[in-house]
Ligand binder design. Structure first.
Ligand SMILES: [Fe+2]
Length: 306
């Protein structure tokens, strides 16, 4: 059951938990090409929180110091305060307990509401985009730009049961299913969106460990992904999956580990969905080329494919 009232535009911001912020400086700037926000601008000590820009927003990615790596929060963007009020009514009607431990001021937005899903992921719905009109985004690694019209990208969650998670995110966040991928042995990866971006949440029950899988950032040009892949090779960064192209997105991307082991996908040319003509697809697992490595081995083992 979907939720017509929810007007999520995409992932407006995202927070990661990392154990070593010192290691993130080179990773975020030199490897990924993200633009650091100075401690003076962010108002946060650099040994507690790093903020990064990828476009005209004040920040899109926050990296928090924590004892264990993982997802700190996903910030879902709504267009205005009335939409956020409707969303709040909806979440309450779903029986969710709202978490008031974080304020709008903490994120630099106009207003926010927050809840934690059954899998332990914190979701923040907000309005009032923190926008920087004074300084344009300039990548320290020469990335030409990031595609953020439908939010900063997507997240993947590994869950015990993908069909149940699909129902949950449809009911609570109003996510619409784009593709349902049969991984074998009854396992699925399910791709969901609220607007044109092919997926904003992917959920899978094919991975042995449950929790946050990765966040994907989308560059403007294929050269940006290719050059970042060169930087990954040169730096010896741990790779989850090599450069490749999914058949369904059909995004060209690679997957690496952050300093604390969080998954980061850097991709290009993800599909945009035409809401008027799209129908949900049932597809099989398929890579056009590449995407080899430890995580693909786990996926293939979990799905029971040869
Ligand atoms: Fe992904």
């Amino acid at each position: 059951m979907g939720c017509d009232a929810m007007e999520i535009r995409g992932i407006g911001y995202l927070g990661l938990n990392e154990t070593d912020l010192g290691a993130w400086r080179a990773f975020g700037e030199d490897l990924l090409g993200l633009m650091s926000v100075s401690a003076e601008e962010s108002g946060r000590p650099e040994d507690e929180c790093l903020l990064y820009r990828i476009d005209g927003r004040n920040w899109r990615l926050a990296v928090h110091r924590a004892d264990t790596p993982g997802l700190a929060y996903v910030g879902w963007e709504l267009p205005h305060r009335a939409a956020l009020a409707e969303a709040k009514d909806h979440l309450v009607s779903c029986g969710l307990d709202l978490d008031t431990s974080v304020s709008a001021e903490d994120r630099g937005v106009s207003d926010l509401i927050r809840f934690v899903d059954p899998y332990g992921h914190a979701h923040e719905l907000f309005c009032g985009a923190p926008t920087n009109l004074d300084a344009p985004f300039v990548s320290p690694a020469g990335v030409s730009g990031f595609e953020t019209d439908n939010g900063l990208g997507h997240v993947l969650f590994a869950v015990p049961n993908a069909n149940e998670a699909e129902d949950y995110y449809a009911r609570v966040l109003g996510m619409k299913t784009t593709d349902r991928m049969d991984m074998g042995n009854g396992k699925r990866t399910i791709f969901m969106r609220s607007r044109e971006r092919h997926h904003m949440i992917a959920i899978t029950d094919v991975l042995p460990e449950h929790g946050f899988g990765h966040v994907m950032l989308e560059t403007s040009k294929i050269e940006d992904v290719g050059r970042a892949w060169d930087r990954v090779q040169a730096a010896g960064t741990p790779i989850f999956m090599s450069l490749g192209q999914h058949a369904n997105d059909p995004m060209v991307s690679f997957y690496i580990e952050s300093p604390a082991g969080n998954g980061i996908e850097l991709g290009w040319a993800g599909m945009l969905i035409d809401e008027d003509s799209w129908v949900v697809r049932e597809v099989g697992p398929n890579e056009l080329w590449g995407h080899r490595g430890a995580q693909m081995d786990e996926i293939e083992a979990g799905g029971g494919r040869s």
